[in-house]
Write a protein that binds this ligand. Structure first.
Ligand code: ADP
Ligand code: MG
Length: 700
């Protein structure tokens, strides 16, 4: 057991009950966990303010002076403690407590000299300090001091055990005293030199107890780099291991299926981006190693046909292929578009979802096992153990972020030699997130939309211009176009949203009466079969307006629909808005996306709508989404380790991440097994941390 994995209860000042709350509240189990509980802010302890200097924009201040009075005010129900504090120039400020009144009242002594910390609050131009921290000047002189005092996150429960920020600071001090001799460098010295990095031991000491702002900044930079470095090392190391462990099926020929489709059945010219991606896939599949590739492309960039042609390549080489989608609607949509693309082609396509009838299921199972069925499309149902392939050569996963690593691994195991894997994402992912979420995959990007598409025009309108909106929709419908009107439904069970949708539908019905207009409605409370029937009617052009909740978010393809109206647009996230917008602009006509909102907008809401109006670029939108929401809310981040970041910030520290990635790539190119003596530091640290190399044999 290393020093750093020592259980936290062994630390001086901790004991069993404190250890218990530290575990429960902050997930601090070991010395290492505590060391990595970094401060989130620092207070400049060298600066004492005069009370007359205090202004509302000051985040946190300290004042030195004397307590001149204290008084409990109010009745038993609404008690508060009010104390007057005076500095050496005679300025006074009120200190207030609403909680722990009795306790505080007993501990503070009128006439004594204190240092007071707090966040000023202004009322009628007069400052006060609610719930300040008080420290006797005499005590402060005795206790260990640092110029920049760390502030640690704590909780009410921890505070009850005297583990407020200062309590945690004391523990950190105890720990560091013991830990310093054990802290060893974990970066190769060449890297430390190249980036003029603070040595690790200094960085850890400085991050908790900085001696100057400059050193603090260097400590932060180094620790951020280190965090990204080891995530990247794990990803890239695993990628190498997997490549070595898994020989790939070799798709040596481009045969009749691929060529025949390309020459005779492809309804359009491929974009250069599509061609480039197909080439990348082709190179992977003849390399002799297993392909693990991520295909990124904005909505409407034409990923489906790339998927299909890759499958044809597998079939040309005697293999089967499957495509897995996260929802039944999406799987069915893929099935339909692929079946249509192959309609004049002698090739059977199967669809397997949760609602496939038992009899049909049996037939599919049988045809898969004997190899008759070459292409299978479906949902999670594909992963079930009962589904056995004759010779699965290629797996395509649409919208990867809803599938975990383990699910991917299950598909790999469906063949003796694992199939090639192509992962497609429906929403672009910021570059840095892709590096971490999919750092173990090679990346292809379709960065070009098919020719002849007119960029979608996006507008933001307030609810007051609804009449004009209806007029505009009528003009579009008169031109033969179709319209989506989408309502938010954050949770399918939310009654208010449902009522909203129904009220909306009613007023739309009044404004667009039959027989001239025909409307469809689709929402989460409908049976799947009814939903499908409505969608089909809209697709066939039998209805002109589709009123819906976000069920249409993914996958729906109706090229004749040219207007997307989004109601209460301020309530949608950016990624969702962009997905919805992607439902139009699929044909040759000018398309519109109209974002409706009330007059009152939160500042984030306004930023989102403005961004939508300004750009059609999914990558730009995703970068902004990451900045606004943080990585925790983005799908797929849970399993990725990015939430284990203690100091680095995926949205703010993108440059550091990119640098760390390049650094790791260089390291592994030079020394793939990290066997060189100069890399021993890295290797030791990597192994010590029990960094699992995810060899797939171990996952099942
Ligand atoms: P996504 O990348 O969002 O999955 P799709 O594969 O659904 O996009 O393609 C969107 C639409 O564009 C489909 O109607 C498809 O037939 C069409 N399409 C794809 N590639 C091209 C191309 N090279 N030229 C013209 N239309 C294309
Ligand atoms: Mg798609």
């Amino acid at each position: 057991m290393s020093f750093f994995s020592t259980p936290i209860e062994f630390l001086k000042g901790v004991g069993p009950s404190k250890a218990d709350v530290l575990k429960k509240e902050l997930k601090i189990f070991t010395y290492n966990d505590l060391l990595r509980h970094y401060p989130f802010r620092y207070i400049d302890r060298t600066r004492f303010y005069l009370i007359s200097e205090i202004t509302p924009d000051m985040p946190y201040i300290q004042v030195k002076g004397v307590l001149i009075s204290k008084q409990v005010i109010g009745d038993a129900r609404r008690k508060r403690l009010s104390a007057i504090f005076q500095d050496e120039r005679g300025g006074t400020i009120e200190l207030v407590w609403f909680q722990g009144v009795k306790f505080v009242e007993k501990t503070i002594v009128v006439g004594k000299e204190y240092i007071v910390f707090g966040k000023p609050n202004f009322f009628n131009n007069k400052p006060s300090l609610p719930h300040p921290e008080l420290e006797l000047v005499a005590e402060a002189k005795k206790e260990f001091q640092t110029a920049l005092q760390p502030v640690y996150s704590s909780t009410e429960k921890l505070k009850a055990f005297f583990l407020d920020s200062r309590g945690i600071m004391r523990l950190q001090n105890n720990l560091l005293e013991q830990a310093l001799p054990h802290i060893t460098e974990n970066m190769p010295s060449a890297v430390v030199e190249r980036y003029k990095m603070l040595p690790r031991v200094h960085a850890l000491a400085q991050i908790h107890f900085p001696t100057s702002p400059k050193l603090l900044q260097r400590a932060q930079a180094r620790l951020k780099f280190e965090e990204f470095f080891f995530i990247q090392l794990r990803l890239l190391f695993n990628k190498k291991v997997n490549k070595r462990l898994h020989n790939g099926n070799v798709f040596s020929t481009v045969g009749n299926h691929f060529n025949g489709f390309y020459k005779d059945h492809l309804p359009f010219e491929l974009t250069n981006a599509q061609k480039r991606v197909l080439k990348e896939i082709r190179l992977d599949t003849i390399s002799g190693m297993q392909m693990n590739r991520l295909l990124q492309g904005d909505v409407g960039s034409g990923k489906t046909v790339v998927a299909l042609m890759s499958m044809l390549l597998a079939i040309d080489n005697g293999f089967q292929a499957c495509l897995m989608a996260p929802t039944e609607i999406l799987a069915t949509q893929h099935y339909n578009s692929i079946a249509q693309l192959l309609q004049h082609f002698d090739l059977e396509v199967g669809l397997l979802t949760g609602s496939t009838k038992i009899k049909q299921r049996r037939i599919i199972h049988e045809k898969l096992e004997n190899g008759e069925l070459k292409i299978l499309i479906g949902t999670h149902a594909l992963i079930e153990d009962k589904v056995k392939f004759n010779n699965l050569g290629l797996v395509i996963i649409d919208e990867q972020h809803r599938f975990g690593v383990e699910q991917r691994a299950k598909l790999w195991k469906k063949n003796v030699r694992p199939p090639h894997v192509l992962v497609m994402t429906a929403t672009p992912i910021p570059r840095t997130l892709a590096m971490t979420l999919y750092g173990d995959l090679d990346v292809s990007v379709i960065d070009e939309l098919p020719a002849g598409r007119k960029p979608i025009q996006t507008m933001h309108k307030f609810d007051s211009s609804r009449l004009r909106l209806f007029g505009f929709l009528k003009e579009e419908i008169a031109k033969g176009r179709q319209v989506y009107i989408v309502y938010p439904l954050i949770d399918e069970s939310e009654k208010m949203d449902y009522k909203n949708l129904m009220d909306g539908f009613e007023s739309i019905s009044r404004a667009f009466p039959p027989p001239e207009y025909r409307l469809s409605i689709v929402h989460g409370k409908m049976k799947p079969a009814d939903k499908d029937a409505e969608m089909e009617r809209f697709k066939r052009g039998e209805t002109q307006i589709m009123v819906a909740t976000t069920v249409i978010e993914v996958g729906v393809n109706v090229p004749n629909a040219s207007v997307m109206v989004i109601e209460n647009a301020e309530r949608f996230g950016l990624a969702q808005l962009h997905q919805l917008r992607g439902r139009v602009g699929r044909g040759a006509e000018q398309s519109y996306c109209i974002l409706m909102s009330g007059n009152k907008l939160s500042s984030d809401g306004k930023i989102r709508l403005d961004a939508m109006v300004r750009t059609n670029d999914g990558f730009e939108i995703s970068e902004m989404d990451l900045k606004l929401r943080g990585p925790g809310d983005l799908e797929g981040t849970q399993q990725s380790g990015v939430l284990d970041l203690h100091i680095a910030d995926l949205a703010k520290d993108q440059a550091i991440l990119a640098e760390a990635r390049v650094c790791v790539e260089g390291l592994l190119a030079d020394d793939p097994e990290l066997m060189k003596p100069s890399n021993r530091t890295v290797r030791n640290y990597f192994e010590q941390r029990g960094v699992k190399t995810i060899s797939l044999e171990k996952i099942s």
